[in-house]
Design a protein around this ligand. Sequence first.
Ligand SMILES: O=C(O)CCC(=O)C(=O)O
Ligand SMILES: [Fe+2]
Length: 390
Amino acid sequence: MVQDISRSIEACAAHYGDEAEAVKSYLIEGQAKALAMPNRGPLKFDESGNIHPDILDAYNEYGFYVFEGVLSEDELGDLKADLENIRDNFPAHMGADKDKHGRPALGVDNKAMTLQWAKPLSDPLGGTKIFNGRHQVKLYEPKAPDDAPPAVPVYLSGSLQFSPACLRTYAHPGLLKLTEAINGPDFVPFTEGLFIKDAGLGAAVSWHQDGDTHWDHPDHDADIHGFNFMGQVYGSTAVNGVWVIPGSHKIGRANIAQMVKDAGTERLPEAVPLICNPGDVVINSRQIIHGSFANTGFEKRVSVNFGFHKRSSVLNVKGAGMHADAAVMDADFIDKRSRLIGLAIDARAQRFPDETPYNYGPFAERMDEFRWSPATQESLKDYNLMDLSI
Ligand SMILES: O=C(O)CCC(=O)C(=O)O
Ligand SMILES: [Fe+2]
């Protein structure tokens, strides 16, 4: 069962003037195509407790997979509560140092990047040089409502420092088992954040591929730039969700500007939306062509993003400088940043004592070092200065 978003499809199409009918068909046909694909269903394991090979095959073929019902009601409840607290503590408006209650706002005295804002329904990255120019085209910017605020939140970096619930989801044993199957048992972190798309206001993220440093690497393959998990707290739809081009994680660096030109439209015909209910988690290759349109619909989306890399992709590599300042990521650097994995496993074990925790190989003999408490949570401030950006 998927959410009925017919009202949002109408509302979205109405923004596009002469192209309204084309937009409507794109949304409806995209949704149908996505739901007919074989790369969705629950996390499945084989008799030995390993990720079912069908899942790995489908992920390898399409570059994404929708895992249904991964987050339990309790876990979702915790996430929602944290997201509400975080939201309540956002700066009262872009640039404010207090929240709407007059308290110091979230992130105001952080050194690392925290909350990013954009004009409602805009495409802030498309066609700019930001992120090494990876968002090649500017998407259509629908007109925002007259009573819209001048700027809306779009992305919160370093989310694990602000949310114990996000930290615990980071250590979901099934998702880490999958991570191990794809990136090897010595996998390493990437970055974590929240993509926020308020109903009727959320900004677009133009078509792009995430990977930056390894396109011409001699050992280039489908997994070399890692992947993101996207946990869906409120669900994800054709109107508010990310769209992807199945299989495009294997074509190398794409000329997206040319693709849009050839298609004669920004609505790339091969793309499909990630359709999710609350509690579903998507795995998305960082090489797949993906993006999201401005959220002109009635449903909000918040994606709890967290990614992982193969150790060999980052060890002694100079970072891309996109998520943190470019540093050479040696073994010591990686070890420090991986502390988040150890703390997340312990935080999760404290909250869900009946679950078998994930056993992270690199820390198998060192788990005593990683004890979560409200005090260790405080110590995570600015941890994302060491994001492993490639
Ligand atoms: O959530 C979105 O709208 C964009 C997500 C994205 O680009 C990513 O996770 O890399
Ligand atoms: Fe992306």
